[in-house]
Design a protein around this ligand. Structure first.
Ligand SMILES: Cc1cc2nc3c(=O)[nH]c(=O)nc-3n(C[C@H](O)[C@H](O)[C@H](O)COP(=O)(O)O)c2cc1C
Length: 181
């Protein structure tokens, strides 16, 4: 076990969807994350993930190119996304609650379209992350099995990354307060 290992329960409970990042993981930690993620189970052991990690000038150039394509309307979705698909009930309620919480945390006003568009662009700037991992999935049949496998790979990836972050537990809260006082 590496000396930085945290108890599993602590790792699972410490994982968060981070939208601001402290100093980057080292190259050896990134390699370790990839090795841990690779242990994920998969249908027929197909391991249907291809991962590309980009950093530095490549990351910056890619972000620039994606934003340019977005400006010019050169994009298409490879999945469906519609709140109507959630139907009526608990899943739609949770999605509404999530949207309201995120809006409140970022201080965005629902009617301020410019600010909301700028916030959406944060994703195209990878939320300031110094390293970005892209997970590619092959088209097998209806995609359900491969998507499930990719989800398990992704969760291994995230938990491994979280276990390697050397920071105090309240840093995330401090960071949020700094950016959204
Ligand atoms: C497939 C997937 C897509 C997501 N897309 C976004 C996104 O586009 N923007 C965002 O801010 N968060 C995104 N999230 C993060 C979720 O909002 C987050 O997982 C959820 O609110 C629970 O919070 P937690 O991850 O901090 O526990 C995504 C999560 C998943 C699993």
């Amino acid at each position: 076990m590496p000396p930085t290992a945290m108890p599993f329960t602590d790792v699972v409970r410490a994982r968060r969807s981070v939208r601001n990042f402290l100093p980057p993981l080292s190259p050896s930690d990134i390699r370790g994350v990839l090795e841990d993620a690779q242990r994920a189970p998969s249908n027929c052991d197909t391991q249907p993930w291809t991962v590309h990690v980009v950093s530095g000038a490549t990351r910056d150039g890619l972000s620039k190119e994606i934003r340019k394509a977005d400006d010019e309307g050169r994009f298409s979705y490879d999945f469906t996304f519609d709140y109507a698909d959630f139907g009526e009930g608990i899943h739609l309620d949770r999605a509404h609650h999530h949207a309201a919480t995120l809006t409140q945390a970022t201080g965005l006003k629902r009617e301020d379209r410019t600010a909301r568009k700028a916030a959406a662009r944060e994703g195209l700037m990878f939320f300031g992350a110094p390293h970005v991992a892209f997970l590619f999935m092959p088209a097998f049949g209806d995609g359900v099995r491969a998507a499930g496998d990719i989800g398990m790979y992704g969760q291994n990836f995230l938990l491994s990354g979280r276990s390697r972050v050397r920071r105090r537990p309240d840093d995330h809260a401090r960071l949020l307060r700094r950016h959204h006082p």
